[in-house]
Write a protein that binds this ligand. Sequence first.
Ligand code: B12
Ligand code: SF4
Length: 461
Amino acid sequence: MGLNVTLVNPPYRTRPHQHPPFPPLGIGYLAAVLEKNNFKVEVIDCQASRYTYEDYQREITKRKPDIVGVTAPTRLYNSAKEILKISKETHPDTVTLLGGAHATFWNEKALQECPQLDVVVRKEGEYTLLELVQRLEAGRDINDVAGTTQRKNDNFIFNVDRPYIENLDELPFPARHLWDLETIRKQEDMFYLITTRGCTAWCNFCAAVRMFGRKYRMRSIQNVVDELEFLYKTYNAENFTFCDDAFTVDMKRTEELCEEIKKRDLKIKWNMGTRVDRVSRELLTKMKDAGCVSMWCGLESGTQEVLNDMHKGISTDQTRKALKWVRELNLKPTPNVLLGYPGETIESALKSIKFAEEVSPDEIAYYNIATPYPGTPMYEEVMKNGWIRNTNFDDYDATQPIFETPQLSMQDLQALYDYAFKSFYTRPGYVLRMWRKGFNTGYAATKKYFYFKRQKTTIKK
Ligand code: B12
Ligand code: SF4
């Protein structure tokens, strides 16, 4: 009888589900690779199943896994520790693993802070996990497995990084059958997939590129559209989100993808995120023709100086141009704005808010508060300068200030964040345009108008 592996997506400890449950693709890939190699694998997605820690304990008592692997971004790290503690206390012989964007850069600290954690898997995890499981099954030592950090006596073993997977086509599709898709789809009928890993840019606030590398690795178009077609035919899936960090870096490839979707006659709708310097009007037209309905992108700032500080590598003009095409083609724009990056002032933040309203007048931007995720240069800068004010990772969800700089206090940053929403919804032109779209949209916009009008914001303009 082979080893039994359970992969876990922890629950939120505070302020529950801000987003409909999303079966994490990371766990999906890890599980698929194990299954392909004939290991028994189960998934406990505490978010999708709405499990508390007590529910998790009940489940784990029943299942008796030999290995528990937990995934977590920074925001779920504390919750992951709780899951690891329960796992080890319930079954002391279970080998516990932690992976994901937080543990990768917090590896030794995680081992220090969580005595119930045995191994941290850094960066891309598929083959590291496979090797760990194979060695454990064979009763072999796991101390030197590449891509891991482990505890040894009072010290740590930091093994070499595992090389990135060059040919992503060799990975099986995520093991979505391990989720209760029916329940998940009732909340949001959306299928997520990812077609590339890595990014050619190197933004100072970004953990993703430090996880997956600077080389843009792409699945072949055949392989991507095979997955789309499989989901389309197996689950009648019609709505897709491409989770790639920068979907259209290779514009020619994106064109080919669109052609293939059309060739296979897939009647689907999809959205994706990309960099504004990697689209053209022609490409967006082809994308729309193949079912694209929305584009999210990093607008980040309305001030070139701040963009340069971030190493974003784009200009405000490029954003203006790209979002003009998006609007002209009737695609939905979702620009992401980052407020409070080191060097930001009240004036520059206000400029970003106005800029977002200019380039996306009918769709509110996705406002994020700059959050120093371990592993990023922004984190180093914030720590080096002693700007950090909140070290509770539960709060690292990009909706609340975590640090302050000599230019911007936490109070002002919070006020700017609140003001961004107020400013958007209290524009009479916006309300008027929503009424032109129909009664329901007009009514909702009017309600929001009065709600936000009453909100007090104190910005020293
Ligand atoms: C899709 C996505 C979302 C979705 C779904 C999130 C989810 N549950 O997966 C949504 C929209 C909800 C979302 C929200 C947020 N996200 Co997000 N998101 C992504 C994105 C673009 C793709 C995730 C993905 O599918 N990756 C592909 C899979 C294959 O990679 P993976 O999950 O990391 O797993 C691999 C390895 O990490 C490792 N691994 C992971 N877990 C484990 C466990 C074990 C046991 C092992 C062995 C290995 C292992 O192996 C896996 C396979 O290689 C990533 C960027 C990125 N490229 O990853 C950002 C990213 C994860 N998000 C990020 C952030 C900051 C957020 C937000 C906090 C803020 C925001 N405004 O976006 C919110 C809040 C999230 C929350 N949980 O509270 C950061 C996380 C940084 C950090 N240190 O936490 C990332 C890395 C983006 C970035 N630019 O830095 N996000
Ligand atoms: S463009 Fe996006 S994925 Fe690439 S480094 Fe910048 S923030 Fe990260």
